[in-house]
Design a protein around this ligand. Structure first.
Ligand code: IPE
Ligand code: IPE
Ligand code: MG
Ligand code: MG
Ligand code: MG
Length: 324
């Protein structure tokens, strides 16, 4: 049975075999750059590991897995532009290393390549796989738009936040499970149970990303610590701080979160001090655990053999305890 490391190795090998053209170099160099500069390969691993739950032969899952990873990397090019991020995976982001227009166009090409890869499979349920992928891709755009709109607001509710991260992040992990299951020949009923597992896992995953954005280490996380604070992102951390703080702290947060501040490092320090005062790290970790626990309960609804269940749980734990 495949484990996460095997799946990651297969993905690295198969990504290298993608025949990305050489010219125009300005279009394709960034594509090669983003596809080869690290990354945990969580989503394509999900596709392969889930296909392997239902079939020893995972060949029909390879291209769809690559398609999901290429799509994810496309969203990163555009996301880094929208978020004004300078670093990703410890390297310069594409719009910084090249230009904004290049990040847009290379991203566009990747989103089309992703769809081609997704459709290029002999799986019996290929049509359903493509339908799920297309629905998910649109949802990611919806979530990204909500994420940006929330930057301008200070009254975002927890419910709105959860819906936003469900769309921008969690549905892609969920789709990876469903598509992987179908590629392995699973019944739709099982594929849907896996989608639900992935949806909750994906919510925990984005909550962790928000937590690490403030409380992680640059060396491992590879993105600027405090970036969400600088962008006035309404993360779970920010929303709880706004909800729990007293009048004075709330006013301070509102002032710092409604504008660009002259001194970015000071803005990060002030906001983080308020987060700490109101126990936001602990509150966030509890919410992360809550979604991991719901996901784990979803998993028990599937009739998996003991060794397949323990394989899934070991993947689950590698996400649960991540620092990167
Ligand atoms: C980053 O995803 C974007 C989010 C949805 C949080 P990952 O943390 O999976 O990024 P890589 O691909 O491993 O760099
Ligand atoms: C991104 O969320 C979700 C995407 C669809 C790319 P973030 O903006 O939090 O992702 P990072 O932290 O930049 O990787
Ligand atoms: Mg971002
Ligand atoms: Mg973003
Ligand atoms: Mg983030």
């Amino acid at each position: 049975m495949l484990d996460l490391q095997n799946a990651q190795e297969i993905i690295e090998k198969e990504l290298k075999k993608l025949n990305i053209p050489d010219t125009p170099a300005s279009l394709y160099e960034p594509v090669k750059y983003i596809l080869s500069n690290g990354g945990k390969r969580i989503r394509p691993s999900i596709v392969l590991l889930t296909a392997n739950l239902f079939s020893d032969d995972i060949s029909d899952a390879i291209n769809p897995a690559l398609g999901i990873e290429v799509f994810h990397n496309f969203t990163l090019l555009h996301d880094d532009l929208m978020d004004n991020s300078l670093k990703r995976r410890g390297n310069e982001t594409v719009h910084i290393k090249w230009t904004e227009n290049i990040a847009i166009l290379s991203g566009d090409a990747m989103s089309i390549l992703a769809g081609q890869l997704m459709a290029n499979t002999k799986a019996k349920q290929a049509k359903d796989m493509l339908r799920i992928f297309n629905k998910t891709a649109i949802e990611v755009c919806e979530g990204q738009m909500m994420d940006m709109e929330f930057e301008k607001r200070i009254d975002v509710s927890i419910e709105e936040y959860i819906r936003m991260i469900e769309l921008k992040t969690s549905v892609l992990l969920a789709a990876g499970f469903q598509i992987g299951a179908l590629a392995g020949g699973a019944k739709m009923e099982d594929a849907e149970l896996l989608y639900e597992f992935g949806r909750n896992l994906g919510l925990a995953f984005q909550l962790q990303d928000d937590y690490l954005d403030t409380y992680g280490n640059y060396e491992t996380f590879g993105k600027k610590i405090g970036g969400d604070i600088l962008n006035n992102k309404k993360t779970y951390l920010a929303i709880n701080a706004l909800n729990l703080s007293d009048k004075i702290d709330k006013e301070t947060l509102q002032i710092y979160m409604s504008s660009d501040h002259n001194d970015p490092q000071e803005k990060i320090e002030v906001v983080k001090t308020i987060f700490d005062k109101y126990n936001i790290p602990k509150i966030t970790r509890e919410k992360i655990d809550l979604y991991f626990n719901i996901a784990q309960a979803n998993l028990t609804k599937l009739n998996l053999s003991d060794d397949k269940m323990s394989g899934m749980l070991s993947f689950f734990n590698s996400l649960k305890y991540r620092e990167i």
